[in-house]
Ligand binder design. Structure first.
Ligand code: 2P0
Length: 322
């Protein structure tokens, strides 16, 4: 009747950008990510009450974010054969300060807390598929350490599972660049509808993913890094060809990529990536992370993340989110 789950964001090395099905949230291509051990979303779902409620960071949520959560609860109830409303109480460690999208950790935690509260016993694959329906990238935050999201062709075949990769660190650099960019969801639609390069994006991403999987299996950090930066640049190049152009990277983002290249020239292996915003995330071997963080600190607040756990239930089973 009540469950609390914790989940962390993930950052993709091969990016998800574009859907083949908006309702099922099936991507046009697979992707691969690291789940972070920093920044948590903690969510408690309690069954009962007159109607669904959603409290985020101590305030009753309204509008779009609340209706997304309520639609998600409807989906869980239809799986469980229940009509009971629920109270969702969620706390995000650093909703904006970390500069990390909260939808991945948010829906991964909600999928686990809600499915548990409604008495569903989901397999890891089923949990990943359920999280995907809330937000595509959330399916990867149900997985420990490194996840590959198989694009699949339908609801059953589109899920994330663990993949081995060498230990590494992500250095998150929060670059403050003013007004908020277009959301990923809207940006993906604009790209599909207006970029002349969109048709080549999906097959080239699948090829990049195959190469990335091979590099992970070979434990080849250098290759992983090269492919990571290449694929991030391709995603940003693609968004810049929409009408009107979507430019997520700021001048300081490019300066951070230059600093990463300079580190490499100086013998420190670091590689950069960036999501749908100006923040830059570098990857490095564990021993180099502090040096990379120092080099990026002039562009914004930085923190270092190691591979972390996929969504998990709170140990005591109670511990309601604040
Ligand atoms: C990724 N992003 O692979 C890419 C890179 C943003 C840039 O996954 O519409 O918030 O909820 O499925 O999951 C952001 O996409 O989008 C994302 P929806 P989501 O991390």
């Amino acid at each position: 009747m009540r469950a609390t789950a914790i989940a962390h964001p993930n950052i993709a090395l091969i990016k998800y950008w574009g859907k083949r099905d908006e309702d099922l949230i099936l991507p046009v291509a697979g992707s691969l990510s690291m789940t972070l051990d920093t920044v948590a979303t903690r969510t408690t779902v309690t069954l009962g009450g007159e109607r669904d409620t959603f409290t985020l960071n101590g305030e009753a949520a309204q509008g779009g974010s609340a209706s997304k959560v309520f639609r998600f609860l409807d989906r869980v109830r239809s799986l469980a054969g229940s009509h009971t409303p629920a109270a969702v109480v969620s706390h995000n460690d650093a909703p904006t300060a970390a500069g990390l999208a909260s939808s991945a950790s948010g829906f991964a935690a909600l999928a686990l807390a809600a499915s548990t509260a409604y008495g569903l016993e989901l397999t890891p694959r089923e949990l990943s598929r359920l999280a995907r329906r809330g937000s595509g990238s959330a399916c990867r935050s149900t997985v420990d350490r490194f996840a590959v999201w198989h694009a699949g062709t339908d609801d059953e075949t589109s899920y994330a599972e663990q993949i081995d990769a060498p230990d590494m660190r992500m250095i998150v650099c929060e670059i403050n660049a003013g007004p908020k960019a277009v959301s990923s969801r809207d940006g993906m639609l604009l790209t599909r509808d207006t970029s002349p390069f969109y048709t080549e994006w999906a097959p080239s991403t699948e090829r990049a993913l195959e190469r990335m999987i091979a590099a992970c299996q070979a434990g080849d950090f250098t290759r992983i890094g090269e492919l990571t930066e290449l694929h991030a640049m391709r995603m940003h190049a693609l968004t810049m060809t929409t009408e009107p152009p979507l430019r997520y990277l700021a001048p300081a983002s490019f300066a951070a990529f230059d600093a990463i290249a300079k580190l490499r020239a100086d013998g420190v292996e670091a590689y950069g990536t960036a999501d749908a915003g100006p923040n830059v995330v570098a990857i490095s071997r564990p021993a180099d992370a502090e040096r990379v963080a120092a080099a990026l600190s002039e562009f914004g607040k930085t923190h270092i993340a190691a591979p972390g756990r996929g969504a998990y239930l709170a140990a005591d089973g109670s511990g309601e989110a604040a």
